[in-house]
Design a protein around this ligand. Structure first.
Ligand SMILES: [Zn+2]
Length: 64
């Protein structure tokens, strides 16, 4: 008699979490510094624009 294998858990979509953005690369433009960031936890990528170092960067792109 074969042992019933443990039923595979349904793969849940990654839960919404506070992304921990890592800057992969950046370059300066006339509008500010464009940051290419990636979440270390889920791999989501985004492009940010940091107009000034003091202000938090604004997302230029949708999270992908
Ligand atoms: Zn994430």
């Amino acid at each position: 008699m074969t042992e019933p294998r443990t039923s595979p858990l349904p793969l849940l979509a990654p839960t919404v979490h506070e992304h921990g953005w890592l800057v992969e690369s950046s370059h300066r433009t006339l509008d500010g510094t464009v940051l290419y960031v990636r979440c270390a936890a889920c791999g989501t990528r985004r492009v940010d624009l940091a107009a000034r170092p003091q202000t938090p960067p604004a997302a230029l792109s949708r999270e992908v």
